[in-house]
Design a protein around this ligand. Structure first.
Ligand SMILES: [Zn+2]
Length: 528
C-alpha cells in the first residue's frame, strides 16, 4: 500500500491547501514566463513548501500546461510528482549536506544542467537555515550569474536564521510565507482522502488526528495511515487515542470542574487517574493549555477549531463560568509553570502544583463585583488597586460633614457617608463596610458587625482607620470592636479574591490532609 501522504500529495498548484496566495503567484509567474531564479519558501513544517517546489518543477516542464498550472497527469508530471530519480528536480537536505564542498558540487552541477536539453531544473534545498555561511557564499555566486532554466528553492522553517547568516542572498530571493493549515482544513482533507480510500472514519477521530498533526498535512495523512493500519473496522476516536496515546476528553472536563469548583482535593485524584491511564503529563499540560485557549475563544465570541464534539461540549459547558479575564490569568499561570514542569525531576508534583494554582486562582467575578460597588460609590474608585490602603491622606470631602454627638443613631445615619469616605480612601474597606452594620456603642467603643466571617478579618485589620472615618462624623473618635460571626459554608459573592482564597484554602485543608501537607510543603498561600 502506498503511503497516503505520498499518494495524495498535491499535483497542481490548486491542490495546495491554505496556500492560495503562493499558488496564485507561482502560477502567474509560470504563465508569464517570469519565474525567478531563487525562491525562499518559509513556513512551518508539513504545510507544502517542498510540494510547491515540485509542482513548480512540474509546471515548468509540463507539455500540457494551462495558465501556469501543470496537468499533473502527463509522463513528466507523474515522474516529478513521484519523486523518482530524475534530472528535473534535485532535492537536497541542508541538514545533512551543509559543507562548502557540497555547495561547490551543487554549483558545478547547476552549471552542467544549463547546458543540457531545454528542460527546466529545480533545486530544492530543504532546511536551508542549516547551510553554513560558506555554503551560502558559494550559492550567492550562482545566483549572481544564474544559469538559464535553473531555479533554486530554499525551504525553511526558520527564515530568521537565514537573515542572520546570509542576509545578502535574501535580496536575490523571492520570498513566500506559507501559512499554517487550520485543523478544519486538515479534517476536510482527511475526510476526502478517507472517502477515496473507502476508509470509514468517525469525525472525532479525524479531529484528534488533525489536532495531533499540529498544522502539518503530511503528518496528518501519515497519522491516518498509522491509525487505520492498526486494527480492523472504522477508525474511531477511541482507536486514535489508543494508537497515539492521547488523553481522553473526560479528563480535561474533570480538570475544568476542579478549576471552576475550586476542588483542590479533586486535583490530586485527577493526576492519579492520568498516571493510571499511562498519560504523558507534559502532553496533558499541552492539552490543558489548548482547552483553556478554546474556552477563551468561546468566551470572546469565537469558534474554536479542531476540537472533538465531546471536548467542544465540555468547553461550552464551562465557558460561562470562566470569563475571559480569568482564563487569561490561568494561561499566565500556565506560562510561568511550563518551564519548571519541563525541568522538574518530579513532573507529577509540578503538574499538581499547576492545577492547584488554577483551582485557587483569584476570580474576576468577585473582584469585578467589588469594583462595580466601588464605581457606584466614588468617581475615581481606585480601580485596579486591590490592596488594603495604607495610611494615605484623607481626600478633601466635597460635602461638609454633619458632625454630631457620639451616639449609635447618629453613626447609623452617617453610615452611608462613612462608607463613601472609606471607598475613596481604601476601596476594599469600603466594600466591607458597605455590608457591615454599626451594631452597638458602649462608652467610646463602637461594635461593628461584619456581613460574614470572611469579612471580619479585613475589618479587624483596619479597626483604627474605621475609627477615624467614623470620628469625622461624631464629636469623638470611637474605638472600634469587630464582632465575631459564625463562619458560613459558602463564601459570599462580594468576597474579595484574597479572602475567598484564604477561606477556601482553609476549608480544603480541613477536608483533605494530603492537600494540607502539600500546602505547607509548598507554601501555597504565597502563590497567589
Ligand atoms: Zn503535465
Amino acid at each position: 500500500m502506498i503511503a497516503l501522504a505520498r499518494k495524495y500529495r498535491p499535483r497542481q498548484f490548486s491542490d495546495l491547501i491554505a496556500q492560495d496566495h503562493v499558488a496564485a503567484a507561482l502560477r502567474g509567474a509560470v504563465a508569464q514566463g517570469r519565474v525567478a531564479h531563487g525562491y525562499l519558501f518559509a513556513g512551518p513544517r508539513g504545510v507544502g513548501k517542498t510540494t510547491a517546489a515540485r509542482i513548480l518543477a512540474m509546471a515548468l516542464n509540463c507539455e500540457r500546461r494551462t495558465s501556469g498550472e501543470p496537468c499533473g497527469t502527463c509522463e513528466s508530471c507523474l515522474r516529478i510528482s513521484a519523486g523518482a530519480a530524475n534530472l528535473d528536480v534535485v532535492e537536497l537536505d541542508a541538514a545533512s549536506n551543509r559543507g562548502v564542498d557540497d555547495a561547490r558540487d551543487l554549483r558545478e552541477r547547476a552549471m552542467y544542467a544549463a547546458s543540457s536539453e531545454a528542460r527546466s531544473k529545480v533545486y530544492i534545498v530543504d532546511e536551508a537555515h542549516m547551510l553554513t555561511r560558506e555554503a551560502w557564499n558559494a550559492l550567492l555566486k550562482i545566483l549572481e550569474e544564474p544559469p538559464p532554466r535553473v531555479v533554486f528553492v530554499f525551504a525553511t522553517t526558520e527564515p530568521q536564521k537565514i537573515a542572520n547568516t546570509a542576509a545578502p542572498i535574501l535580496s536575490r530571493l523571492q520570498r513566500f510565507d506559507f501559512r499554517r493549515i487550520g485543523p478544519q482544513a486538515i479534517v476536510e482533507r482527511l475526510r476526502a482522502v478517507a472517502g477515496q480510500e473507502d476508509l470509514q472514519t468517525e469525525d472525532d477521530a479525524l479531529q484528534l488526528i488533525a489536532r495531533h498533526a499540529d498544522g502539518g498535512m503530511r503528518d496528518a495523512l501519515s497519522l491516518l495511515d498509522q491509525v487505520s493500519s492498526f486494527g480492523e473496522g472504522p477508525v474511531t476516536a477511541e482507536r486514535v487515542r489508543t494508537v497515539l496515546g492521547l488523553i481522553s476528553d473526560e479528563l480535561y472536563s474533570e480538570m475544568l470542574r476542579c478549576i471552576v469548583e475550586r476542588d483542590g482535593a479533586g486535583v490530586f485524584r485527577l493526576v492519579e487517574r492520568l498516571l493510571e491511564t499511562g498519560a504523558d503529563l507534559s502532553e496533558f499540560v499541552g492539552g490543558a493549555g489548548e482547552t483553556l485557549r478554546a474556552l477563551l475563544l468561546v468566551g470572546v465570541g469565537g469558534q474554536p477549531e479542531g476540537l472533538t464534539e465531546g471536548l467542544l461540549a465540555v468547553v461550552r459547558k464551562y465557558a460561562p463560568q470562566l470569563p475571559p479575564a480569568d482564563i487569561v490569568r490561568l494561561l499566565t499561570i500556565l506560562a510561568e509553570a511550563e518551564e519548571p514542569i519541563r525541568r522538574s525531576g518530579n513532573t507529577r508534583l509540578a503538574v499538581e502544583v499547576l492545577l492547584l494554582r488554577w483551582a485557587m486562582a483569584g476570580r474576576t467575578v468577585e473582584l469585578s463585583q467589588v469594583l462595580d460597588a466601588l464605581d457606584k460609590g466614588t468617581g475615581d474608585g481606585g480601580r485596579g488597586k486591590g490592596a488594603p490602603a495604607g495610611p494615605v491622606p484623607l481626600p478633601p470631602s466635597p460635602l461638609p460633614r454633619d458632625q454630631g454627638p457620639l451616639s449609635l443613631d447618629h453613626i447609623r445615619s452617617a453610615w452611608p457617608q462613612i462608607v463613601a469616605d472609606a471607598r475613596a480612601r481604601a476601596p476594599m474597606l469600603g466594600s466591607l463596610l458597605a455590608e457591615a452594620t454599626a451594631a452597638g456603642l458602649e462608652g467610646r467603643v463602637l461594635a461593628v458587625r461584619p456581613a460574614n466571617a470572611a469579612h471580619a478579618e479585613g475589618l479587624e485589620r483596619q479597626r483604627d482607620l474605621i475609627g477615624q472615618l467614623v470620628g469625622a462624623y461624631v464629636a469623638e473618635v470611637p474605638r472600634v470592636q469587630v464582632l465575631s460571626v459564625t463562619p458560613e459554608r459558602t463564601p459570599p459573592a462580594r468576597l474579595t479574591a484574597d479572602l475567598a482564597n484564604a477561606e477556601r484554602l482553609k476549608a480544603l485543608r480541613e477536608k483533605d490532609p494530603t492537600l494540607s501537607a502539600a500546602v505547607d510543603a509548598l507554601d501555597l498561600e504565597l502563590l497567589e
